[in-house]
Design a protein around this ligand. Structure first.
Ligand code: CDP
Length: 237
């Protein structure tokens, strides 16, 4: 199926408009807001703090605990409150996407809690959540090897495109959605999921596009941290 023009007139390699801010939840140790098109994620970080129950503590390392959820009003069909199979899976892949950027052996016996809420969903919410969470961790002053930047790529009709919105995800007989997270400085991929069909060559092309998208997000994430912390944020990252 030929996909000649994107539903919202973007170029095939163009992400939606992105906005990012840190320090939005004052009670949290770190927090961030990340908006990409109509998808909005907020993240709050608490910790490192002592892990309870105490038998779960590990004297060798701290642990990262991510909790992803969507607000009931974030989607057109009300989302029932509480965890679902989907939110449990996304919480887990989010943890795995963020872990390579952290050295939790610095914080034995502790937990770092990361809460991610989707305020408005128009596809790409796990990626927006990861990009927000990485900024919130940095905002909490947790030493990081790098930020983690995340965006979805995929195949709509016959085209490989960057940052699918919901209408594109649902296009015709369904698209291929490939959420990706990257630590931009060394290019390490910490999330790669694939929902749909794609040829090897197309996947390679999609990954190149994801790298380009993550580089753009990285700039915006760093800018948001710089706006709060001045020059020092750049040195710390
Ligand atoms: O959001 P993401 O692309 O990471 O995950 P998904 O499971 O592929 O969901 C794609 C989109 O479906 C979400 O971003 C929402 O816009 C929509 N969705 C929904 O309308 N109701 C749900 N209960 C779950 C997802």
């Amino acid at each position: 199926m030929v996909y000649s023009k994107r539903v919202d007139s973007r170029k095939f390699d163009q992400p939606r408009e992105i906005e990012a801010r840190v320090g939005i939840i004052k009670r949290a140790d770190g927090s961030a807001y990340f908006k990409i098109g109509k998808t909005i994620a907020i993240a709050a970080v608490y910790g490192p703090r002592e892990l309870y129950p105490a038998f779960k503590q590990n004297p060798e390392t701290g642990i990262l605990r991510c909790n992803y959820d969507m607000m009931s009003f974030s989607v057109t069909e009300r989302k029932k409150p509480g965890p679902t199979r989907r939110s449990v899976e996304i919480s887990l892949v989010t943890e795995n996407a963020l872990l390579p950027a952290l050295d939790l052996s610095l914080f034995p016996n502790t937990v770092i809690d990361v809460f991610i809420q989707i305020i408005q969903a128009d596809a790409g919410t796990r990626c927006a959540g990861i990009s927000a969470a990485a900024m919130a961790l940095a905002d909490a002053g947790i030493p990081m090897k790098d930020l983690v930047s995340s965006i979805s790529v995929g195949k709509v009709g016959d085209k490989i495109v960057l940052d699918l919105n919901k209408e594109e995800e649902d296009y015709e007989e369904g698209s291929t959605d490939i959420p990706v997270a990257i630590m931009p400085r060394n290019g390490e991929i910490s999330l790669l999921q694939l929902d749909g069909d794609v040829e090897k060559e197309e996947l390679l092309q999609a990954l190149k596009l994801a790298k380009k998208g993550c580089d753009e997000i990285y700039k915006i994430q760093r800018q948001a941290l710089k706006e709060r912390y001045g020059g020092s944020a750049q040195d710390e990252l």
